[in-house]
Design a protein around this ligand. Sequence first.
Ligand SMILES: CC(C)(COP(=O)(O)OP(=O)(O)OC[C@H]1O[C@@H](n2cnc3c(N)ncnc32)[C@H](O)[C@@H]1OP(=O)(O)O)[C@@H](O)C(=O)NCCC(=O)NCCS
Length: 158
Amino acid sequence: MTEQERLEIIGHNSSEDDEKIEAAVLVVFPLMQYPLMCGFVLESRRYEGVHFKVYDSKDIQTRKTVGIFQLKMFPNCGSIVVSTGSCIYEPFKGKGIGRELNKLRTRAMSLAGFERIMATVRTDNDIEEHILAANGWKRLSVFDSRYGSQVSLWERVL
Ligand SMILES: CC(C)(COP(=O)(O)OP(=O)(O)OC[C@H]1O[C@@H](n2cnc3c(N)ncnc32)[C@H](O)[C@@H]1OP(=O)(O)O)[C@@H](O)C(=O)NCCC(=O)NCCS
């Protein structure tokens, strides 16, 4: 294989995977049945994975950001996608939106054809750990991170 062929293969695979992730989330988002999500708008941006931003209304002047999340291919493994950077902003916390967006990610990544979705979370984050455990994720391990906190590694079979 020449250097040029190697570079073409690398570039091609990376962009195709991100397109697949983005397309699946954009297809599944309007299908979510949760009533609170009805007035919401989703935007996406492809940059080191795919970043998503959820807004609370279609009016561009008044809309507030409800939350953000990011989906990224596990390096050099086409079967696994990593869920990272998920956050719900005030005053939208505690209304079931984090849970619904978690479901959205697993449904969409299943539709996109991935076999596993993985995530890490600090073990003192009781709410996120609850959402993962209650929605079919399996806690694979717990360890002390190099930043001093304790972290758990999770996967969900899709
Ligand atoms: C974690 C986070 C995404 C959750 O989003 P949210 O919309 O506020 O959460 P939801 O309302 O959807 O879900 C809350 C769930 O946690 C449960 N819960 C609430 N307080 C809890 C607590 N102290 N301990 C355990 N479970 C708790 C609720 O009962 C609910 O469970 P249910 O769906 O079974 O009824 C949000 O709090 C956040 O953005 N936190 C800061 C960033 C962050 O931690 N992101 C995750 C990074 S790994």
